[in-house]
Design a binder for this molecule. Structure first.
Ligand code: BTN
Length: 227
């Protein structure tokens, strides 16, 4: 039995489950507390982007973690990929793809000097892609399950997360690498281009440019898949 998931605060509509989780963490919520919502009006993604989710069709979950382990985003990515199924792949740093489309996103947040971290996870469980706006029509994916699958998937994910939080670094990198969508593919970032060659034990993306190898830090680079 996982220790994650209690207490559970659920809302029909929230701005952002991550924002609410940060509030309850600041107020002393224990390790494993979760915040979920059927609908977010201000869902947040990485790099200041918004996260779109048609109401009632996604798992929108934030987990309060106290004394979070290192390599948290790698751990959460492994857990989410495991929950999404055998075909799920991880596009560094932590987009979850099925059939090359993004079905889940992860936003881990910490505050300097605080003893908590928030693992925010959005999974397109039963999303009608026709309700997605703009370019998400062509880039977003869905697990194609029923809305009734959202609750069971949450419980399954929390079990996977509990397990991933306990992995030693070597096993974590091994499990992450088994899901790696990028290895062997050309990637471009603000600074160069090269062929993705896995991750190092700090979770940095290794890229071969031909003459040298770079280690890219997720906080510093914006990555696109090259042709
Ligand atoms: C990304 O891919 O850019 C990360 C998206 C993370 C979205 C989830 S949905 C639940 C939680 N609450 C938020 O506001 N964001 C995360």
């Amino acid at each position: 039995m996982t220790k994650l998931g209690r207490p559970h605060l659920h809302y029909a509509t929230l701005g952002s489950t991550n924002d609410r989780a940060r509030e309850v963490a600041r107020d002393g919520a224990p390790h494993g507390s979760i915040v979920t919502a059927d609908n977010q009006t201000a869902g947040r993604g990485r790099r200041g982007r918004s996260w779109e989710s048609p109401p009632g069709q996604s798992l929108l979950l934030s987990v309060v973690l106290r004394s979070a382990p290192d390599l948290l985003t790698l751990r959460v990515a492994v857990a989410v990929a495991n929950a999404c199924g055998e075909d799920a792949q991880i596009k560094w740093p932590n987009d979850i793809l099925v059939n090359e489309r993004k079905v889940a996103g992860i936003l881990c947040e910490q505050e300097p000097g605080e003893d908590w971290a928030i693992a925010g996870i959005g999974i397109n469980v039963a999303v009608d892609l026709n309700q997605m706006t703009g370019e998400l029509h062509t880039t977003a994916g869905t697990l194609g399950r029923e809305q009734s699958a959202i609750g069971p998937l949450r419980d399954e994910l929390l079990e996977h997360l509990d397990a991933a939080l306990r992995l030693d670094t070597a096993e974590l990198v091994k499990q992450w690498s088994a899901r790696d969508a990028l290895t062997g593919h050309r990637v471009e970032w603000n600074g160069g281009t090269g062929i993705a060659a896995g991750i190092d034990s700090d979770g940095r993306l290794l890229v071969d440019s031909g003459s040298e190898q770079f280690a890219l830090d997720a906080g510093e680079v914006s990555l696109v898949l090259g042709a």
